[in-house]
Design a protein around this ligand. Structure first.
Ligand SMILES: [Zn+2]
Length: 63
């Protein structure tokens, strides 16, 4: 059973896109950290999460 305090995931893409400004900020922080520790895999995954969000159904109405 899902935790009622956890909001439902709005993006169902394979690589989850952020759907709020707070989620975007978390990803930008993760990119900054990946660069700092030279984590190329983390950098790639988090860049993929940020890009392509315009084609995501959960972000269709965002400007
Ligand atoms: Zn998505």
């Amino acid at each position: 059973m899902a935790d009622p305090t956890t909001p439902a995931r709005r993006c169902h893409c394979v690589i989850a896109h952020p759907t709020t400004d707070a989620e975007r900020a978390e990803i930008v922080d993760a990119i900054t950290e990946a660069r700092r520790i030279n984590d190329s895999r983390g950098l790639l995954i988090n860049l993929a999460r940020l890009t392509g969000a315009r084609t995501c159904p959960a972000n269709a109405r965002r400007p």
